[in-house]
Design a protein around this ligand. Structure first.
Ligand SMILES: [Zn+2]
Length: 280
């Protein structure tokens, strides 16, 4: 018994979600990180202050690769502690990996046997090396999964944690091997771009990477929304320059950035679409 009640309202109809959260005094929320920020946006439109007007204290976020900068921005916006949560529909859904108070991601290895492999060759890697996570279910009945390849890239560790748990640890998910892009020979993950953008005050966490194909050439650019307050000041080209510098500092790659007015990039109630393709 943990004395908690679950309010299963699924996704969609954001205003209703917020009304329920307010009326029932929800203290914890579980959703994708990008959706929690969209909820904050809608709550503000409804006249609420996300930090002051709700009882929320904890968030469990998953199903998307998100940066530490994004975590900070969720924690500040809602005034909560944000924890990562990892699971896969094919294995069980949520519950495969959860974060302790030390913000370490413990794999529930008594139920899910983890392996880390080289995504290209399929060969097993050593603890401490970055590779693709693979899980085998140990206790699931009727629908077991054997060496299920997740396409998620992370580092696997076996080391004691301050929290006292002895379960193995995985790093935060860097991205899906499907999301990995190679631009001018440099490997790029959307979460790296996100980390760079959120280092620039005035830029929001609403962004997308635009891949354009000209024949066999692929070019990459970034579109990101400015915050409402910063939008009023104008001079958006200064922000573009700063964002390009931050990206260069992380990737050593020049990626053009275009700053857009607030609320111009489509929102999602599930996983945010971070990479779009345009044909030229
Ligand atoms: Zn721990």
């Amino acid at each position: 018994r943990i004395g908690a009640m679950v309010i299963p309202i699924s996704s969609g109809n954001t205003k209703r979600q917020i009304t329920m959260m307010k009326d029932l005094g929800s203290t914890a929320i579980a959703c994708t990180p990008s959706y929690s920020l969209y909820m904050a946006e809608v709550a503000e439109e409804m006249g609420f202050d996300p930090k002051e007007d709700f009882n929320l204290r904890l968030g469990l976020f998953g199903a998307e690769a998100w940066s530490d900068e994004m975590r900070k921005s969720i924690e500040e916006r809602w005034g909560i502690v944000a924890h990562e949560h990892y699971g896969l529909t094919e294995i069980i859904g949520p519950g495969v990996v959860s974060e302790c108070k030390e913000k370490k991601l413990h794999i529930n290895a008594d139920h899910f046997l983890p392996e880390i492999i080289d995504p290209e060759t399929g060969e097993p890697l050593e603890p401490g090396e970055e590779g693709e996570l693979v899980f085998t279910t140990l206790t699931k009945e009727a629908f077991p999964a054997i060496r299920f390849r997740t396409r998620d890239l992370a580092v696997y560790y076996e080391e004691p944690c301050e929290c006292g748990r002895t379960l193995p640890i995985q790093s935060r998910i860097k991205g899906r091997s499907d999301d990995m892009m190679k631009v001018k020979g440099v490997i790029v993950f959307p979460s790296q771009i996100e980390a760079a953008l959120l280092k620039v005050p005035g830029l929001s966490e609403n962004y997308q990477l635009v891949k354009e194909k000209k024949g066999s050439m692929v070019t990459l650019s970034v579109e990101v929304e400015v915050t409402e307050e910063r939008y009023k000041e104008g001079k958006l080209d200064e922000l573009e320059k700063k964002a390009e510098e931050e990206i260069y500092a992380i990737l050593n790659l020049k990626v053009p950035v275009k700053v857009l007015p607030p609320k111009t990039i489509p929102r999602s109630t599930g996983k945010a679409k971070r990479v779009i393709e345009r044909k030229v």
